[in-house]
Design a protein around this ligand. Structure first.
Ligand code: MN
Length: 248
């Protein structure tokens, strides 16, 4: 099995090293990742300049581009052979609820959705980043299960791991995305010339974190595994919008 590893925290992030090392025990691993932290890049592609790649000392390939650029290159011509699946992470911090819309970690996984095995995004729900090894072990377990009991290739799994040791995990739960409150305000500052500039503020706190959500699972000490889909169409609303358009 050939696994492509990417992330949005950059090729030097501790999470991607742990992920690559864990997967190397069970698969052929290639790592291609942004040359710097591109968290929040979502599913952006770079279209206004060429993409340069560099083979780094640790064997990883870095790209002057976004997480999606990295996986796009890897599955559309950079390598002689295609990977069987993409696993993205281990992200420094949660990708739960609304985070998924902004996440480069999740986008990198999604970019691998046409391959032979399900794509996976993995995040450590942490502010201390201490237990990447736990998430590495979780990913190995999930990949082994995929080999034994396959899932449809177009499945995308969004995995969030509590920041505890592996033995402290309560188990794994299949979940839906919860929802956050609106983000906190932007932070206004002055640059050295006295002009205003702004920092995007932190994400909002949990709003819908009830039973069945990713937030709930992680808060209870479980690994959250949320199956994602690409089709954003609100199928239930098609008829209603048609009637609304025809109304006069
Ligand atoms: Mn990140």
């Amino acid at each position: 099995m050939r696994i492509l590893v990417s992330n949005d925290d950059g090729y030097l992030a501790p999470g991607i090293e742990v992920l690559a090392a864990a997967l190397s025990e069970i698969a052929d691993v290639n790592v291609i990742a942004p040359d710097r932290n591109r968290s929040g890049a979502s599913h952006s592609l770079t279209l206004d300049r060429p993409l340069r790649t560099s083979r780094q000392k640790n064997g990883f390939i870095s790209v002057e581009g976004t997480p999606t650029d990295c996986v796009h290159l890897a599955v559309n011509g950079l390598f002689d052979t295609l990977p069987d699946m993409v696993i993205s992470g281990i992200n420094a911090g949660a990708n739960m609820g609304d985070d998924v819309l902004y996440s480069g970690t999740v986008a990198a996984a999604i970019e691998g959705r046409f391959l032979g095995f399900p794509a996976m995004a993995v995040s450590l729900v942490s502010s201390s980043d201490e237990n990447y090894q736990t998430a590495g072990q979780v990913v190995k377990t999930l990949v082994s299960r995929l080999k034994e009991v396959p899932l449809p290739a177009d499945t995308i799994l969004n995995v969030n791991v509590p920041d505890v040791s592996y033995s402290e995990l309560k188990g794994m739960l299949s979940t839906r995305l919860g929802r956050r409150h609106q983000s906190e305000s932007v932070v206004e500052m002055r640059d050295p010339r006295g002009l205003p500039c702004y920092w995007v503020g932190p994400p909002g706190p949990e709003e819908d974190a009830g039973i069945g959500t990713d937030f709930y699972a992680v808060n209870q000490g479980y690994v959250s595994v949320t199956p994602l889909q690409i089709d954003l169409t609100c199928h239930d609303a098609i008829e209603k919008i048609g009637a609304w358009l025809d109304h006069n």
